[in-house]
Design a protein around this ligand. Sequence first.
Ligand code: EPZ
Length: 431
Amino acid sequence: MDRIRIVGGNPLVGTIPISGAKNAALPLMIASLLTREVLTLENVPRLADVNLLMRILGNHGVDYRIEGKRTGDGPYAGQTMHLDASDIVDTTAPYDLVSRMRASFWVVAPLVARMGRAKVSLPGGCAIGTRPVDLLLMVLEKLGAQIEIESGYVIAEAPKGLRGAEITFPKVTVGGTHTALMSAVLANGHTVVHNAAREPEVRDLADCLVKMGAKIKGAGTSTLEIEGVGSLHGARHAVLPDRIEAGTYAMAVAMTGGDLLLQGATAAILPGALEILAQTGAEISSTSEGLRIRRNGSGIMPVDVTTEPYPGFPTDLQAQFMALMTRAKGTSRITETIFENRFMHVQELARLGAHIRLEDDTAIVDGVARLKGAPVMATDLRASVSLVIAALAAEGETLVHRVYHLDRGFERLEQKLEACGAEIERVSDAG
Ligand code: EPZ
């Protein structure tokens, strides 16, 4: 199994191209199930989760083609993917595929909306919390689907089609909002969604659906209005830049010091996190090419953070921010309100010398003068990258195990960091 070896201490200086967002690409690819025509997605990141979803969609009968490189494409140019779901041959998403990636459960919505039936394995728990799907099922039931749960599978049926309804989410859910969008666009009549997620990835999905012929108002706000249409058509859409990847590298340079241009990133997609980062002492400016983040030799100021739905501070940057706070000049409190168990990185950061204690949903981080390299391992994607960030600022060598977590969501992480001065390499057991 591969590991990543990092020798810390170098500032990060240079340009990092930001890839297309994983969490936008996945629902966009799933949206291809809604039409018989070809959906073309540009700027799709090269990630293990994208490859796995292609397999899952392939199982339903979706043909896909990835365009070859074009003259002038840089090494980090995103992929252009053509998805053709003209012939859906199977409406079942089996356990062995769905259990490997929770977002694949979202196929339930377009399958019921277009085919009138879906049988999808329950995704089960995962390392960051219990993550139920009750609100996704609530959406389908409101829209008139009959839901049964049998032997670990959700069977959703609406043989006469879905019908518009009023949906109020008791809490903000990204997956629930994706489900509402992808089912209501083909429902008969009008749907109103209250307390919808406002994440940029939800807006990206809505924008793409509109290009496919859907009628959606209010994308990016907490109230969505959808007028169902009889069918959707093909479209071409570019995946938006990955705000979590951008935020991760921003935390990294805030920690190591240096000067990074995050090419393609915009301040608009990272409102909560950039404000906090500025309070820690990082200098942030927008250029025509992207976001520039700098920190000179001055110390890192401690800042308290609470994760919230967009536009608040994202849970997907909580672990990375905690890494930064381990070197702050004082104590910070980091409260996680989205997922109850998203502190698995705490004990690993402690292996690098961090002082962190947990009180319920809050981590109290006492900044230390130095971290020291060690072997570490993580249990989820964002936790893994927090260890990489900490290792970049630690003295000596760190080996990060279970690299497959990183490959799920960070495109060419080592190459991007190495190009900016980091001493980082992937080592395989054979090597
Ligand atoms: C999406 O997960 C993201 N995944 C997550 O990113 C992200 O952390 C999360 O949104 C929050 O921003 C993708 O986009 C693929 P939710 P999702 O439904 O949609 C509860 C990463 O690292 N809830 O917004 O699954 C849930 O338990 C991943 O890239 C219910 O109670 O998250 C949580 O407490 C990890 N019932 C809260 O809502 C439900 O039916 C928000 O979850 C659904 C959710």
